[in-house]
Design a protein around this ligand. Structure first.
Ligand SMILES: Cc1ncc(COP(=O)(O)O)c(C=O)c1O
Length: 355
């Protein structure tokens, strides 16, 4: 066998990332998108973007514009920013270059794509389980493992559990691991209690990952960004990242959405209010263990009611992320918070499983 056949055999034996299912006519509450963004509003933005771009040209101006718009949105100089084709692609670019062949520490459960990329790029992973009682993290266990590794991945709020740790704990981890690369994934931060993005000014070891796929309602556009110290951001933009990582249409749509931050933050408020209501109503159902969330989704255990709930949701064509048993959690599901009507449909189906 040739070397590349061997390599292909090795790669094809790795675990694939499990994408959300395709969904003709389904109520999609399985991918943590922002379904409270009005489709008519989005259509007006995309029409405006379409007439302003010229596909014959490379997206040079648009790239400059997105750095400006992200910088204004964050109140941070654009020299700290890099962009990518979704934050997935930024993770991929960093893992395949800087972190290739190194060792990573994560806690579990967490965003599975990160682990997939580690597998692909020969990064050995040490996983510290969260305390199932309240999804908390043992500082000492994590720091001890991290000290023996090179890269640390912290998802804040965490997907799928939904929680953020105390901000002092995360700051302390970044401070204690100054010679490790810390990737802080803030994909859901607009729904959360705090962001540590401004720490990039103080800590050279920190990269904050963000996306427009969640709060900004642009999962299909594939636009993400990272915030890091100036040197890494510059090297990322000029050497690590490909020259034109996002197409001109998506960048233009993203820039226009960032200019409509007020509207987005209104939808975020609606979702946060709904998240608290859905949490309360789910928690009232005996037989479920529901976790508090700082994101736009709720994670819960359903134990031996898992299949009954699954059937009820399927009857109404409602998709949620079904994990089943995972780590020490039993019969787990994760539901995206949508509009009040969508959430009511979901709650009705869950209740129906217990009636
Ligand atoms: C924690 C986390 N990070 C990153 C991503 C990927 O986002 P993007 O659509 O920007 O690639 C997701 C998507 O589910 C996520 O949950």
């Amino acid at each position: 066998m040739s070397w590349f056949s061997n390599r292909l055999a090795e790669i094809s034996a790795l675990q694939a990332y499990v994408k959300p299912e395709s969904s003709v006519g389904a109520l999609k509450l399985d991918a943590n998108e922002n379904l409270a963004v009005d489709k008519g509003f989005l259509d007006r933005i995309t029409s405006q973007a379409l007439v302003s771009i010229d596909f014959r040209e490379y997206p040079i101006e648009q790239l400059e514009e997105i750095y400006d718009k992200v910088g204004i949105f964050l109140s941070l100089d654009k020299k700290y920013i890099g962009v990518g084709n979704g934050s997935d692609q930024i993770i991929e670019a960093l893992m395949s270059t800087i972190a290739r062949g190194k060792r990573a520490t994560i806690f579990v459960p967490t965003f599975s794509y990160f682990m997939n990329r580690c597998d692909l790029h020969d990064v050995k992973v040490k996983a510290i389980p969260l305390d199932k009682h309240d999804n908390s993290l043992s500082r000492s266990d994590f720091i001890q493992a991290a000290n023996a590794s090179d890269v640390v991945y912290i998802c804040s709020p965490n997907n799928p559990t939904g929680n953020q740790f105390d901000s002092n704990l995360v700051s302390d981890i970044i401070e204690s691991l100054k010679n490790k690369l810390v990737l802080l994934d803030e994909a859901y931060v607009e729904f959360a209690r705090y962001s540590l993005a401004s720490h990039v000014r103080k800590y050279n070891n920190l990269v904050v990952l963000r996306t427009l796929s969640k709060a900004f309602g642009l999962a299909g556009a594939r636009v993400g960004y990272m915030i890091s110290n100036e040197e890494l951001a510059e090297t990322f933009r000029s050497i690590i990242q490909s020259p034109y990582p996002i197409n001109s249409f998506s960048i233009k749509v993203a820039s226009l959405m960032l200019s409509n931050g007020r509207y987005i933050l209104d939808t975020v408020e609606t979702i946060k209010t709904e998240r608290d209501r859905v949490y309360k109503e789910l928690a009232e159902i005996e037989g479920l263990n529901v976790y508090k969330s700082d994101a736009n989704f709720i994670f819960f255990e359903s134990f031996d009611s898992y299949n009954k709930i699954k059937q009820q949701l399927a009857r109404k064509n409602i998709q949620v992320k079904m994990f089943g048993d995972m780590e020490s959690y039993e019969g787990c599901m994760r539901v995206t918070i949508g509009t009040p009507e969508m959430n009511n449909m979901f709650l009705e189906s869950v209740r129906a499983a217990f009636s």
